[in-house]
Design a binder for this molecule. Structure first.
Ligand SMILES: Cc1cc2nc3c(=O)[nH]c(=O)nc-3n(C[C@H](O)[C@H](O)[C@H](O)COP(=O)(O)O)c2cc1C
Length: 214
């Protein structure tokens, strides 16, 4: 492994132009611009982010999920209330999101506080999913021991039959969440290692930003 790891290239993407002096005051505006650039450069699944949480004892964990929305209020995602991330957030709402867009050498880091968006937003999110994806969510018991993948497929297929029979069914444990950010970092990698780190911090309702050393 040691040899293999050291033989692999890092920072092999191509950095688009970025002038931190011209960055907007609002980091969500910069996030939208960087996201559009990632899509233009065909970054694979740029909406997949790593969400880090910690439980009540401070034990951290991280996993990938997809963003459902980004707006002035923050970063929305959806998950099952029975999942480890949802119980972490119920006990400790501090959360972080990480994006790595390799083709454009860009990393975005977000820190904030997560809040549950409520029953209506959760139901809307659930009903907007495809029937297969609703069945996949409804047929599982997140984190519980599973005997075999066949058992999983059978449970999903039962759930699909229930959903086809009742298309208005909403999984009660489905939850939409929002990470309300107070720190965002925009990291523009550079092949010569002069990486640019632009950090935004929120104090009350005002954002300030500045460069930090890489
Ligand atoms: C590309 C990708 C997208 C995913 N999207 C979601 C998602 O939107 N919501 C979700 O709960 N899990 C999603 N997952 C699964 C999570 O990574 C994770 O396995 C699951 O939510 C259980 O995590 P937890 O036990 O830490 O809560 C996704 C995984 C991948 C690789």
């Amino acid at each position: 492994m040691r040899q293999l790891l050291r033989s692999l290239p890092a920072l092999s993407g191509t950095a688009p132009a970025f002038d931190p002096e011209a960055a907007p005051d609002d980091p969500l505006e910069l996030f939208s611009a960087w996201f559009a650039t990632a899509v233009e450069h065909r970054v694979p699944e740029p909406h997949a982010a790593t969400l880090a949480t910690a439980d009540a004892d401070g034990r951290p964990s991280a996993r990938v999920l997809v963003l459902k929305d980004v707006g002035p209020d923050g970063f929305a995602f959806a998950t099952d209330a029975r999942s480890a991330k949802a119980s972490d957030l119920a006990a400790n709402p501090r959360a972080a999101l990480g994006f790595w867009w390799q083709p454009v050498l860009r990393q975005v880091r977000v820190e904030g506080t997560a809040r549950h968006l409520g029953v209506e937003a959760s139901a809307d999110d659930y009903l907007a999913r495809s029937p297969a994806s609703r069945a996949a969510a409804a047929g599982v018991r997140p984190g519980e021991p599973l005997t075999s993948v066949d058992e999983l497929r059978a449970a999903m297929s039962d759930a699909r039959a229930r959903i086809d029979a009742d298309p208005a069914f909403v999984l009660p444990s489905w939850q939409a969440w929002l990470v309300v950010p107070d720190v965002l970092e925009f990291w523009q990698g550079s092949p010569d290692r002069a990486h640019v780190r632009l950090v935004y911090r929120r104090d009350a309702d005002r954002w300030s930003h500045g460069l930090v050393w890489p």
